[in-house]
Design a protein around this ligand. Sequence first.
Ligand code: SF4
Length: 484
Amino acid sequence: MSAPRVTTAPRVVAVTESSPAALSGLLPGDELLSLNGRSPRDVIEYSLLVDEPELDLVVRRRGLPAPLPVAVRKEPGEPLGIEVSSAVFDRVRTCDNHCEFCFIHQLPKGMRRSLSMKDDDYRLSFLYGNFTTLTRFTEMDLERVLTERLSPLFVSIHATDPDVRADMLRNRRGATSLRWLSELLDGGIEVHGQIVVCPGRNDGAVLEDTLAGVLDRYPDLATVACVPLGVSTFSHEDAMRPHTVDEAAAVCDLVARWQDVFLSAIGRRMVYAADEYYLMADRPFPPAATYEGFPQHENGLGMARAFEAAFGGDEHAALGVRPGFFAAVDGAPAAGYRAPRLAPDTGDGGSTPSGGAGRPIAILTGEYGARVLAPLVDSLGRDDIRLVPVTNHFFGGNIGVSGLLTGTDLSAVLADQPEGHRYLLPDSCLSEGRFLDDLTVDDLPRPVEVVPTDGLSLRRALEGTGPSTPTAPVRVPVTIGAPR
Ligand code: SF4
């Protein structure tokens, strides 16, 4: 007999005007005790339940002595029109690993609690594209994933040698948990893999061995991303250090070699190195076509090439929000996980003209972003646009990506910049309107224009036709039960 489920009721945090929920009298703060007699354990179950045209809810409302029945009648498939406070109602499954390279262990003290949550939950993998090591995955989880077709999922591989993997995760179950990967792939689930490459630990011969293991045991994986470890100044792991230039170049070469192997063995490249590797090695990025549709764009693979193509006018390359990697179920919250960002500005209306014509423009970006943007900005031949690279002093170490910029570092840089200029900021460094250090754009010493992080939106913002203020984030509805 399985243990009883411990669930907290989904709490309503927002009700859409004129929606079935609003017309039925649901209010923010209401707790949904049951939907058609069921208590969903997560937003996946919840979204299946609220799909029904006839919904009988039992609601706990503050101030009322007893639960309140609420009947909702709507069209089949019509959104209920509420946002709930959490994606998982029976507690997020936290990770029981202790990886040396874990960035959560390298955060400065005092950051908000949700940022230090170490989740290892296949549901958040499905909902938000978080990576799971599968060390806490169970037979029941497998049954649910296969039955409900929770696909795609994102799995941390790191090494296929059981001992190396257990060592890297500092968890004995790391040696065996990839057996679930085989089961998922055999069941037809789309799975994307990730290898965090740590120099001296799983690069070189170990990485060769891992990719050989992938080809041998997991050839049905959709993609495998090789990403460099991030090392902040708060790391206490002596063995963890950034790659040298030669080590980064070796990863680029090894991945290129293995792409050829995969291409001839299974007809696709499967394995990719993160853009950071080419920047570290001072190498040109591989051609856009080699990314085969940018399947791990959101995780920094081919982002520079996609940005370049979109900046040149290719609307299909404006991959600001991607279903499957950055998806949110209708009604699910993003806070605490990966929050939705702004939609790419496709110029089809809805954006606010910047009205900043004639003023000099400064593009705020991380140190890596500046290197990607420099040739694109140069190609415009305009002397009124400048790049303002922002060094990440908040985390320090080798952290150079724009997505980890904080309000503190931006404030320090902006304070020295002239007033009256336009300052463009990529939305990738904001989550639910906040930087990682909890500051907001209103805390910055100069007004900034938040621009979706894709080339097309930046181009339009530079031309003065893009959005000048944050517009509503886009939620990409997930179709439960059907492969995406
Ligand atoms: S599995 Fe992820 S969250 Fe858990 S310790 Fe490793 S890196 Fe950190």
